[in-house]
Design a protein around this ligand. Structure first.
Ligand code: PEP
Ligand code: MG
Length: 595
């Protein structure tokens, strides 16, 4: 029977699709089962043994790599995790729950690791208290292994944590094996890129905000996605036919003919819009009064470059270098990085490329870079903070970028993430200056404005930063104290909030006064109704996932800048994001733009 689910507020990624569901990350259907019959238990014990042994192997391999790259002390933690998993008493405890009490393997692992974690937490000794998270990590690893067995899904991080991506190993099976809609409670960025994308018709998740990195990736890949309540998601089975409409974040289980025909109509309408926008492809983004605004693309890897060229982007306004690091199993050498950056520069030819320095931490951990557990990872050790504390990594990346510049004969643009203080930019600038003669490279240095601290003090960066690029995804979360990953805050998290818009406007004005070029590279830049305000503020460049370029170009080419500036003035007097957005949507409609 067709079942329609409630419409969610957030649009994770637009587009429509229909296909069988494939479960990822919830293969452990027995998570909460504690009632296995006698006959089921031997099979469950066998699965448990396989998962425990696989986890031990993965941890030992990981420890070896970490030891080679970072030293024995850093590897110790993974060895100790493997030792725990090989400990006879620990294994017996888990096995007893399965054999004697009918627990599923997942439930038993969860029970035992959680009990150990809680015991540690109760100890007075701070060292032991900190070890409680080790047990949770161990539990998660084994459960991921068990889940993988259940649904043949790939490990998070393209296996970076398990050692099976190294050259010479047999490749992991393609997942999904056939074209399907991937259903998973959560999706990390690393997971998203580890799927066999030609087979991914869509994503259905239970958590994740519009500007979570997984949603950004889905949008840039053009894969529709929807967020639905977890209890409903957990009721979806492998093979259930789903009809997915990303625009309305609607999912219909076992759709009937009527739903399919509606879905087809939506698809047709999208096709017509795309055809209309295609006619603008070769035209510049220039307003009727002659103001030119650079339309740039955001990229995460080499595979994005063809699409960027097809969309006629004028350059890359944000190259997220994290993904290069995520695809590796240890820090890539200077040479390897340099060769990669050089390929990017050469492929892009004369078009400028802004490389963002490694922005790890928060939702983008690197499995081979040990990271302490943080209570507030988004407020924690990430971006330039982490890089300054890991100077070898920072130096290596800067050297590689400059070497790529020298080898390609192009100037490289380097952008620093999560800046709060001029001293952070000073560190990077000094290193770049030091590396220049040795490498022969040329670089222009810029800062991301992602924190209210940076937005409020842009003028203080004069002489340290040649350009600014507003990272509106993070600027919004930090201004509104609203986690960008948390779909419960979908209503609050909005770049149209007057406080966020005011900070963007101030950044643009102050940066211009300080002689810096101004850009924005958050997802906001890809929305036609945002382009009205951003053009009015005076940004030189808008950088977005390249699928957004045609719609934004259409706005710019028809926009009366004087009217847009007047609209911005009125918008900033409004009290809510909803009203500010509506004002622009209504304006576009009344001007006949985009319809
Ligand atoms: C941003 O914060 O707006 C940004 C572009 O960076 P990221 O989304 O990678 O955090
Ligand atoms: Mg950011």
């Amino acid at each position: 029977m067709a079942k329609e689910l409630p419409v969610a507020a957030a649009v994770l990624s637009p587009g429509t699709s229909c296909g069988p569901a494939v479960l990822a990350g919830i293969g452990a259907s027995a998570v909460s089962r504690r009632d296995l019959g006698e006959a089921e238990r031997p099979g469950e014990l066998a699965s448990l043994a396989v998962a425990l042994d696989a986890s031990v192997r993965a941890l030992r391999a990981l420890a070896k790599r970490v030891e080679a790259d970072l030293g024995a002390d850093k590897a110790e933690i993974f060895e100790s995790h493997a030792d725990i998993l090989e400990d006879g008493d620990f294994r017996a405890e888990i096995e007893t729950l399965v054999r004697d009490s009918g627990y599923s393997a997942v439930a038993a692992v969860r029970e035992v690791t959680e009990a150990n974690a809680r015991e540690m937490e109760e100890l007075d000794d701070e060292y032991f208290r900190a070890r409680s998270e080790d047990f949770r990590d161990i539990g998660n690893r084994v459960i991921a292994e068990l889940s993988r067995e259940d649904c043949a899904c790939p490990r998070e991080g393209g296996d970076a944590g398990s050692g099976s991506l190294s050259a010479g190993d047999s490749p992991a099976p393609r997942f999904p094996p056939i074209p399907s809609i991937v259903v998973s409670p959560t999706l990390s960025p690393a997971q998203t890129v580890s799927f066999h994308l030609p087979h991914v018709l869509g994503f259905v998740v239970a958590s994740g905000g519009v500007n979570s990195h997984a949603a950004i990736l889905a949008r840039s890949l053009g894969i529709p996605a929807a967020v639905i309540p977890e209890e409903i998601l957990r009721g979806i089975e492998n093979g259930t036919v789903l009809a997915l409409n990303g625009e309305s974040s609607q999912v219909v289980l076992n759709p009937e003919r009527e739903t399919l025909s509606l879905l087809r109509q939506t698809g047709e309408a999208e096709k017509h819009r795309a055809e209309r926008l295609a006619s603008l492809l070769e035209l510049p983004a220039v307003t009727p009064c002659g103001r030119r605004i650079g339309l740039y693309a955001n990229a995460g890897g080499m595979k994005d470059l063809a699409g960027i060229t097809d969309a006629r982007a004028e350059g890359i306004g944000l190259f997220r270098t994290e993904f290069l690091f995520m695809e590796e199993s240890s820090f890539p050498s200077d040479e390897k990085q340099a060769a990669y950056y050089r390929r990017v520069l050469e492929t892009m030819g004369d078009r400028p490329v802004i490389f963002r320095l490694l922005d790890i931490g928060a939702d983008k951990p690197l499995p081979y870079a040990p990271h302490p557990r943080e209570n507030n990872p988004f407020l924690g050790w990430r971006g330039i903070r982490w890089l300054i504390d890991n100077p070898d990594v920072l130096l290596s990346q800067l050297r590689a970028l400059l070497l790529a510049s020298a080898a390609s004969g192009r100037t490289v643009r380097i952008m620093v993430p999560m800046v709060c203080r001029p001293s952070e930019m000073a560190v990077v600038r000094e290193l770049v200056d030091r590396l220049r003669p040795e490498t022969g490279g040329r670089a222009i240095l810029g800062m991301m404005v992602e924190t209210p601290a940076a937005a409020m003090t842009v003028g203080a960066f004069k002489g340290l930063s040649d350009f600014v690029s507003v990272g509106s995804n993070d600027l919004t979360q930090y201004t509104l104290a609203a986690d960008r990953e948390n779909e419960l805050l979908g209503d609050l998290y909005s770049e149209f909030h007057p406080a966020v818009l005011s900070l963007m406007k101030k950044t643009c004005e102050d940066a211009r006064k300080a002689g810096m070029e101004t850009g924005i590279c958050g997802e906001f830049a890809s929305r036609p109704e945002a382009a009205v305000y951003l053009a009015a503020m005076g940004f030189d460049e808008l950088s977005m996932s390249c699928r957004g370029i045609p719609g934004v170009k259409e706005v710019i080419r028809s926009l009366d800048l004087r009217k847009a500036q007047d609209l911005l003035g009125r918008a900033l007097l409004l009290p809510s994001a909803r009203e500010i957005r509506s004002l622009s949507v209504d304006f576009l409609r009344s001007e006949g733009i985009g319809s």
